[in-house]
Write a protein that binds this ligand. Structure first.
Ligand code: PLP
Ligand code: COI
Length: 365
């Protein structure tokens, strides 16, 4: 669907939107995921009837029966994407087709209704257009979009729901990590794993994030920002963080990232950075890397940089890694040159300062 086509969502504008002054205060220093725009998109699904009642309406609480399936068995999926302000005052989405596709894959893994990709993209575009004043200026942040779907049937039998509620909310955001830090620190989780073969690691379902929280709490108890997870079988291979993929940069200039294969979320940022690095002539390997090798290579100088990446985090340099019997620094503990170069290449495309050679932008207005 082109952004010129008529939307399938009806508009019910907010009767009492936030004032321009209040919004300007919010946008000055938005933080992450604490402030929300005026509207939300909702679409309902009923077995036998399909998708219906697609609309943009005032953002308001849902009323749910206490027996609603999602509250008991966590049949829920979500996406994370951003709208960016362009230098001419317009706005763009970044690869929304990739989010729409991943949402369908997540729905399939959780036995949920299949939302057509055009409808997903239509809902996000319309919400951003109606809440366009909530997109921060490029130097202040972006408008984070959170499409999600819940099992909405009120029944306690364990079965796929016959009803679903799909919704998109929008939140102006700045950085995901605390401002001013040159890098993030990681705790190597050896008590918890994130995903097992045959599990839901490559689906974006809420349950994965709930189950990652004790590892995050443990990381924070040890003074680290995030936990990094190892594979569930050998407890040896680095997989990813709770909400970000991971890359390693070597002294020969090559990059490596763990391969996809069911237990890792196929990040759109990951995929974009692989493409951009190759465009810049860098070698990128999608190959397993063990935690012991990471430590040895960081200590010998063979590994010079590491970074985490994702829509919320963008590209975050990793400065220090700690674990039960390990503590090592990556490079000089700050942001390395390759990390900064790749971050710049990605953000320049997203914010319309560099040519969009791969046709990743979906300009909204
Ligand atoms: N891995 C996990 C577990 C995530 O939650 C995310 C965030 O969405 C990512 C990786 C990065 O994915 P993306 O780059 O598509 O945002
Ligand atoms: C994102 O990067 O969009 C995520 O979903 C990660 C996290 C904030 C849950």
């Amino acid at each position: 669907m082109s952004s010129e086509q008529k939307s399938q969502l009806a508009h019910q504008p907010h009767p009492n939107p936030v004032s321009a002054e209040q919004r300007a205060t919010f946008l000055e220093n938005p933080g992450f995921g604490r402030i929300f725009s005026d509207h939300m998109a909702t679409i309902r699904y009923t077995e036998g009837k399909g998708w219906h009642d697609a609309k943009i309406e005032a953002r308001t609480p849902f009323s749910l029966d206490p027996a609603t399936l999602v509250l008991h068995y966590a049949q829920e999926i979500f996406e994370g994407m951003k709208a960016y302000r362009l230098p001419d005052g317009g706005a763009t989405l970044f690869r929304p087709d990739a989010n729409a596709r991943r949402f369908r894959n997540s729905a399939k893994r959780l036995a949920m209704a299949d939302l057509p990709e055009e409808l997903f993209i239509d809902s996000v575009r319309e919400l951003v257009k109606i809440d366009r004043d909530w997109i921060p200026e490029a130097d202040k942040g972006s408008l984070y979009l959170r499409p999600f779907m819940i099992a909405n049937e009120a029944v306690l039998g364990v079965k796929p729901s016959a009803e679903y509620l799909y919704c998109v909310v929008a939140s102006p955001v700045g950085g995901y990590f605390k401002a001013g830090a040159a890098s993030v620190s990681l705790w190597v989780s050896d008590l918890y794993t994130r995903a097992a073969p045959g599990g839901t690691g490559d689906a974006k379902c809420g349950g994965n994030y709930a189950a990652s929280l004790p590892a995050l709490a443990e990381a924070q108890q040890h003074g680290c920002d995030q936990a990094v997870f190892l594979d569930a079988v050998e407890r040896k291979w680095i997989e990813e963080l709770g909400g970000m993929n991971i890359f390693f940069v070597f002294s020969d200039g090559s990059l490596q990232t763990p391969p996809l294969g069911g237990t890792i979320l196929p990040g759109i940022t990951r995929d974009s950075l692989i493409t951009l690095a190759r465009d810049l002539g860098m070698t990128v390997r999608e190959e397993p890397y063990s935690i012991d090798q990471w430590e040895a290579d960081a200590k010998s100088g063979k590994l010079v940089e590491s970074f985490a990446c994702g829509t919320a985090a963008v590209v975050a340099p990793i400065g220090r890694v700690r674990g039960r019997n390990r503590d090592f620094t990556i490079g000089d503990g700050g942001a390395g040159a390759v990390t900064q170069r790749l971050r710049g290449a990605l953000v320049d495309i997203q914010q319309g300062r560099a040519p969009d050679q791969h046709k990743w932008l979906d300009r909204l207005f």
